[in-house]
Design a protein around this ligand. Structure first.
Ligand SMILES: *[C@@H]1O[C@H](CO)[C@@H](O)[C@H](O)[C@H]1NC(C)=O
Ligand SMILES: *[C@@H]1O[C@H](CO)[C@@H](O)[C@H](O)[C@H]1NC(C)=O
Length: 470
């Protein structure tokens, strides 16, 4: 290349420069050298302020972007929201705005705001095997029960890690986006999990977090109106884990009970929960309490096992709800971990209670059906609590087994064939899932128990043995 150029270029440097000098002398009486000097002076003189302006605005923009990033380390908006608003057609997500122009009349439907909170893969964005398995459980056990709720007057906030694997994120967006009241939000910030996480929908802590968080789905107006009306309407906040499901009438029943409760003017707050649920266990071999070739045992290996669970003094996480009447601010409502709620409410002196007497009335059970919730118990669980099947509680007559599967379909809209797929999926991916879950133990906000680690290590070893021997 260089050779070619040199051949085409004039052999003499003087020849190359000459025509330039000629043209300048033709238009000006000044000598060529003074003209060149003038041009040079102009370029460093009057142009300099522009360069400085560009430089200064560059610094300002960098500082501004840096400030935004610093303010929201969890959310990392790739471009400043101000630019984002200027190019709305480019976005596949939005930042909900905190509005102060919303009037109560803009809220239609039941006069309360009901928010359901679900967390998905927070602080564990790169554990993709675990993520895919949990996505499966979400799809099979959680999502259908929410789609089929008998009311759609609620907002479902699903918070996931902002750095979640792109493929998993895309599937989630596709699953959730048809429903205007389902909001997929990139945020690792939670509230009222225990006393260390104060803040709620009431008083705007949730709204302030949402305003900084990329939101991928849902009706933005609906969300902003609900955020803005946090003080004007009673609020219900319900928890649901991403691998659990609620009875399809649960939210409507909950709202009915809450509406009645909120009519009592003395009420300062109220808790609701449920104590009865159905458990689904991943099963990979015939449980020892069955004959190896019994039809029911074979069925369990194919579909997993269902079990009914009734607690007397323990609230489960699924459907755990707290209510804020109008006029009560968030710090006035005590935070109780779900497992201690029943005993703590019973011990509560009435002056610290919710305003009703006796203080037991501050907790109501939602128990209209045989089972109010379904929980999946697999090796994807962070706490690994009760993942092992307790064989004495296992359904061991065929007719009862059919009744349970029928309930799963009729009360929860969960499809038997999808559950079968899930059981197979877990069996064939268990080593990667357990390894990921082992890595995810003790990450921020997740449990950290030796028993969980032991159980995961045992499963990995068992399946390694199986693959090497088979
Ligand atoms: C979004 O929600 C608002 C307020 O509830 C409603 O007026 C509007 O029609 C909804 N938009 C869509 C596209 O559903
Ligand atoms: C796996 O195989 C080793 C060696 O044969 C054995 O000691 C161990 O108990 C096996 N583990 C499980 C969980 O079966």
């Amino acid at each position: 290349m260089r050779k070619l150029k040199r051949r085409n270029a004039p052999s003499n440097d003087e020849d190359d420069r000459l025509p330039l000098y000629d043209s300048s002398t033709a238009t000006s009486s000044n000598g060529p050298s003074s003209r060149a000097k003038q041009r040079k002076r102009r370029s460093t003189g009057p142009c300099w302020p522009w360069a400085r302006l560009v430089m200064v605005s560059g610094i300002v923009l960098t500082v501004y972007c840096g400030w935004i990033w610093w303010k929201a380390p969890d959310h990392k908006p790739p471009i400043p929201p101000i630019l984002h608003r200027a190019f709305p057609y480019k976005r596949d997500w939005y930042l909900p705005r905190i509005r102060d122009d919303v009037k109560l009349e803009e809220w239609d439907g039941p006069q309360l705001i009901h928010v359901v909170h679900t967390r998905f893969m927070q602080e564990q964005p790169s554990l993709t095997s675990l993520g895919r398995a949990r996505l499966g459980l979400f799809r099979v056990f959680c999502l259908p029960t929410m789609i089929e709720q008998t009311t759609n007057h609620f907002l479902w906030i699903i918070k996931t890690d902002p750095d979640l694997d792109a493929e998993i994120m895309q599937v989630l967006v596709d699953l959730v986006s048809p429903y205007p009241n389902f909001f997929l939000v990139a945020s690792n910030v939670n509230f009222r999990i225990n006393e260390d996480f104060p803040g709620a929908w009431r008083d705007g802590a949730q709204a302030r977090d949402l305003a900084l968080s990329r939101t991928y789905t849902g009706n933005q107006t609906l969300l902003e109106v609900a955020m803005a009306l946090e003080a004007q309407l009673p609020i219900l906040e319900t928890r649901l884990d991403a691998d659990d499901g609620l009875h399809v009438e649960f939210l409507e029943q909950m709202q009915y009970q809450a509406t009645k409760a909120f009519r009592q003017s003395a009420l300062k707050w109220m808790y609701w929960c449920t104590r009865r649920h159905m458990e689904w266990h991943w099963i990979d071999e015939v449980p020892s309490s069955f004959e190896h070739d019994s039809p029911l045992g074979q069925k369990i290996v194919e579909y997993g096992a269902l079990q009914g669970v009734q607690h007397s003094n323990l609230c489960i996480t699924a459907g755990y709800t707290v209510g804020f009447p109008v006029g009560v601010s968030e710090p006035d409502v005590p935070v109780y971990p779900h497992q201690d709620l029943v005993s703590m409410i019973r011990k509560l002196p009435s002056e610290k209670a919710c305003g009703l007497k006796p203080s037991e009335k501050c907790l109501q059970f939602v128990e209209e059906h045989i089972f109010e919730a379904v929980r999946s118990r697999t090796h994807t669980s962070a706490g690994m609590l009760k993942v092992r099947l307790e064989q004495d509680g296992l359904v061991n007559t065929p007719w009862l087994s059919y009744a349970y599967w029928d309930l799963l379909c009729k009360s929860f809209e969960i499809q038997r064939m999808q559950v079968r797929w899930m059981n197979e999926y877990l069996t064939s991916h268990i080593i990667d899932i357990a390894r990921d879950n082992l890595l995810g133990q003790c990450t921020l906000g997740h449990s950290c128990k030796d028993s969980a680690k032991e159980e995961l290590a045992k499963v990995i070893e068992k399946y390694r043995n199986r693959t090497t021997s088979g």
